[in-house]
Write a protein that binds this ligand. Structure first.
Ligand SMILES: Cc1cc2nc3c(=O)[nH]c(=O)nc-3n(C[C@H](O)[C@H](O)[C@H](O)COP(=O)(O)O)c2cc1C
Length: 424
């Protein structure tokens, strides 16, 4: 099979995707990852609710090697919405039951158990714990605040940040106790640890030079590593490139759209030295430009294939600097039915050890099973990359696939997005 335009390799033989992958002290039964996909459908107190359980059991039946469980708050004020997952001492049983069921159903349907990683987050600037913005920022940023900068009461103090590594560690211990295989210290998409990575103008220990900007991420990974068992996987999903212009984002260069991964590579080396055993490379800030992270057929700013290829090749550049640590690449939904062949080509070329699907898991939760059993992907379930799942989330509703899971999500879309549009 010939390589694709954009220099993306592909392979007729996709069996490499069915191989085991060593992740820390554990093993994923195949190379397919279901990326963290927030459903905004938990209870007010942070437990998985009916739709959450439905979603994860569909994912589990679909047979991925690893489920990257969605953004889960470490503190109530850092929740991105009032229904965001939030793991606490008082709701741990609900998480434990869900993890047990995920493992059980995947075993029953596919004959193996997936690894399940809990994504720990503080939403920082994008916190909305009560359904309206209550930003907690690392530094004022004009691209988000325009001519009306947020007040100093919204800028998190050094002493607040000093306390966070222990908060990540406490959440990681809870995650371990309920049966997660690992935790992700999330530093992507503009949330707190991601924003700190580009806090060039913040004074003090957490801003300015790179060592300061990455300090909280690295200290949090170290704190988590030190407080969980030796076989608990410590991971980080981090932005290698924010996709907005210097000096406001990480990884910007003088050429628009072309990342400079120098700092992302330094962060990678420091994450690994701090104890990270699994990296998930992503790009973009969906609150600034959704298209960099979620390539869509309706893209206005660049060809969507260019956004997808940038993420996958970027992951490849990062992977080349940390051989031995598996790297998950992002951006696979846009490849549709070609994804298995391109992913197999990329894995063989060393661009990433594992490949992560986001929106495709909403429209086609069985995709991993169809790939690893050699059936190939169905064409009547492919994510259209229409972005309606994101629209639902931005409307304060619960995202899912409006097209192929329409019994649940089309009525919500009509009610929460279309009617709202008619009114405005
Ligand atoms: C509705 C929705 C929810 C998401 N939730 C999360 C999340 O909780 N954590 C995260 O790191 N990324 C989240 N993402 C980003 C995805 O994990 C993924 O990076 C993105 O969709 C691009 O991959 P894709 O092209 O395969 O969809 C979300 C994306 C969407 C559309």
């Amino acid at each position: 099979m010939e390589d694709l335009p954009q220099g993306m390799p592909r392979s007729d033989d996709v069996s490499v995707l069915s191989e085991d992958v060593a992740v820390g002290k554990k093993v994923a039964p195949n190379r397919l990852v279901y990326q963290a996909m927030e459903g905004c459908d938990g209870t007010r107190s942070g437990s998985p609710d009916e739709l959450t359980v439905r979603r994860y059991l569909r994912f589990a039946a679909g047979g991925p090697g690893l489920i990257w469980f969605e953004a889960t708050a470490i503190l109530p004020e850092g929740r991105a919405n009032p229904r965001q997952m939030w793991l606490t001492e008082s709701n741990r049983d609900s998480f434990a039951q869900l993890i047990e069921k995920i493992k059980e159903i995947c075993m029953k349907e596919n004959g193996y158990e997936p690894l399940v990683i809990c994504q720990l987050t503080h939403s920082g600037r994008h916190s909305k714990p009560n359904g309206f913005p209550e930003p907690l920022i690392a530094v004022n940023k004009k691209i988000f605040e325009g001519e009306h900068p947020l007040g100093s009461d919204r800028v998190l103090s050094d002493s607040y940040l000093d306390a966070l590594p222990e908060r990540y560690a406490a959440s990681a211990r809870l995650a371990e106790s309920v049966g997660f295989d690992g935790v992700d210290v999330k530093a992507c998409h503009g949330y707190l640890l991601s924003e700190l990575l580009s806090a060039y103008e913040r004074p003090g220990r957490y801003g300015g030079v790179f060592e300061n900007r990455e300090r909280l991420l690295i200290d949090s990974v170290k704190a988590v590593r030190a407080s969980v068992g030796y076989d608990m996987i410590v991971a980080s999903r981090f932005n290698a490139y924010d996709g907005y212009p210097y000096p406001y984002g990480l990884g910007g260069s003088d050429i628009p759209g072309v990342p400079d991964l120098t700092e992302a590579k330094k962060a990678t080396a420091d994450l690994v030295a701090a104890g990270a055993e699994l990296l998930n490379v992503t790009m973009g800030n969906p609150y600034y430009n959704n298209e960099v992270n979620r390539p869509t057929v309706f893209a206005k700013t660049e060809e969507p294939i260019a956004s997808a290829v940038r993420m996958i090749k970027g992951a490849g550049e990062i992977a080349a600097t940390c051989r031995g640590i598996p790297v998950v690449s992002t951006g696979w939904s846009f490849f549709g039915a070609l994804a298995p062949n391109v992913a197999a080509g990329c894995v063989k070329a060393g661009l990433s050890a594992m490949v992560g699907f986001g929106r495709q898991t909403f429209s086609y939760p069985d995709l991993a099973r169809d790939i690893v059993t050699g059936r190939g992907m169905r064409t009547d379930r492919l994510c259209l990359t229409c972005g309606k799942c994101t629209e639902l989330m931005r409307a304060g509703s619960t995202p899912g696939c409006v097209v192929y899971d329409k019994e649940v999500y089309l009525p919500l879309y009509r009610e929460k997005v279309m009617k709202k549009g008619e009114r405005s």
